[in-house]
Write a protein that binds this ligand. Structure first.
Ligand SMILES: [Zn+2]
Length: 386
């Protein structure tokens, strides 16, 4: 999942793009916008000004703002170059924004704001850095060179699930309690809570644990599905920050979720590698096999052409399982074509939405498959897979 509360607001901009500002634009822009009774001033860079006057704007912390035309009070620019905030600047702002009781723990790529023990933050930092390295190595070996993140990567880690849910509800909605972690396309952050409280059955001593103690608790097989959620959301964050996808672009959901699921299996045993990349995701495979018993004939057409099945909670489990299965099949059987398709999707600009027919045509162009042939090869592959 990648939480995307701005999707509806973006309709304002679709189809009416007047100017696409270059992402590398050197000057800093100043946007004044109406919020409630007052105004808010933002420094950053203008990404899009739509014909109707609505604006897509990125501030120096990496947050993307979608501002309706009637909220825009002024937009100007000066000669100061645009620079992302440093880790220290981001940390200071986060501490001012978050409730009391948070500390900062930094790693090479991450700013981790935590109300947990320092040991838990260290455990998160080590996991995230190792994932970032494994992810980068994986794609580089496949011939897709990743960029270093332009903005420091932010993770917010709450000690208590309730405080996490209260903080997340405005963005995630009423189901915040049931979401273990999420990546926000708007703020570019991942947010989560201390899982040792859950996995140790509420044992309060675990919360004061060192990174090694945390790892002992979370390396138990029973903890794997919850740890997988952190890895999944962190994979989204890396993918959107290292050039695999552009935020608010029309990367098909089966594809971005497929990548997150391809990487999500935790590997807490090694301190360097990540041996579980591309292994069979047993949970997704089990769901997919279950889905096969009632799978409609147009299943691949709806998966490739639309995002609906993954967004709708009633069909999401099946949709995600099939997205994983298709990703696994293509990565194994068509690895070169898969990377070329990734290259095509990575170039998609924000706020341009494709029709299902365009998506299907691009897929066919990349893999040479029409739907009938794909269907038969895909099903035969999984019938044989042990
Ligand atoms: Zn996801």
């Amino acid at each position: 999942m990648a939480v995307d509360p701005g999707r509806r607001a973006m309709v304002l901009i679709v189809g009416a793009i007047a100017a696409l500002a270059a992402a590398q634009a050197s000057a800093i822009d100043h946007l004044v916008l109406q919020r409630g009774e007052g105004t808010v001033g933002l420094d950053g860079r203008t990404m899009i000004v739509a014909q109707d006057g609505s604006v897509m704007f990125q501030t120096r912390d990496g947050t993307i703002w979608l501002v309706a035309a009637d909220e825009v009070q002024g937009l100007s620019s000066d000669e100061t170059p645009f620079r992302p905030f440093t880790k220290e600047q981001i940390a200071a702002r986060l501490l001012a924004e978050l409730p009391a009781g948070f500390d900062v723990y930094q790693t090479s790529n991450y700013v981790i704001c935590h109300s947990t023990s320092r040991g838990y933050a260290q455990w998160c930092g080590a996991l995230l850095e190792r994932l970032e390295m494994a992810f980068t190595n994986y794609w580089t070996r496949k011939g897709f060179a990743l960029a270093k993140p332009e903005f420091p990567l932010v993770a917010i880690v709450f000690a208590e699930k309730k405080a996490y849910a209260d903080f997340s509800r405005p963005e995630v909605g009423e189901g915040a309690e049931s979401v273990v972690a999420y990546y926000s396309l708007r703020t570019n952050r991942i947010t989560m809570y201390d899982l040792t409280g859950v996995e140790a059955g509420g044992n309060a001593n675990a919360r004061r644990g060192s990174a090694a103690q945390v790892n002992r608790i979370l390396a138990q097989p029973a903890a794997a599905p919850t740890v997988a959620t952190i890895v999944h959301e962190a994979t989204h964050q890396i993918a959107y920050n290292c050039g695999l996808h552009a935020r608010y672009s029309d990367c098909p959901l089966w594809f971005s979720e497929g990548i997150a699921m391809y990487f999500e299996t935790p590997d807490l045993t090694s301190s360097r590698g990540w041996r579980s990349i591309g292994q069979i995701n047993t949970m997704r495979l089990r769901h997919f096999r279950d889905y096969l018993r009632r799978r409609p004939a147009d299943s691949l057409a709806t998966l490739l052409g639309e995002d609906r099945r993954l967004r709708d909670s009633s069909s999401a489990t099946d949709g995600y399982a099939e997205a994983w299965a298709l990703t696994y099949f293509l990565a194994q059987q068509k690895p070169k074509e898969y990377v070329e398709y990734l290259r095509t999707l990575s170039r998609k600009a924000p706020q341009r939405w494709d029709e299902p027919a365009t998506r299907l045509a691009e897929f066919k162009e990349a893999f040479g498959y029409d739907l009938e042939q794909l269907e038969s090869d895909f099903l035969r592959f999984f019938a044989k897979l042990r």
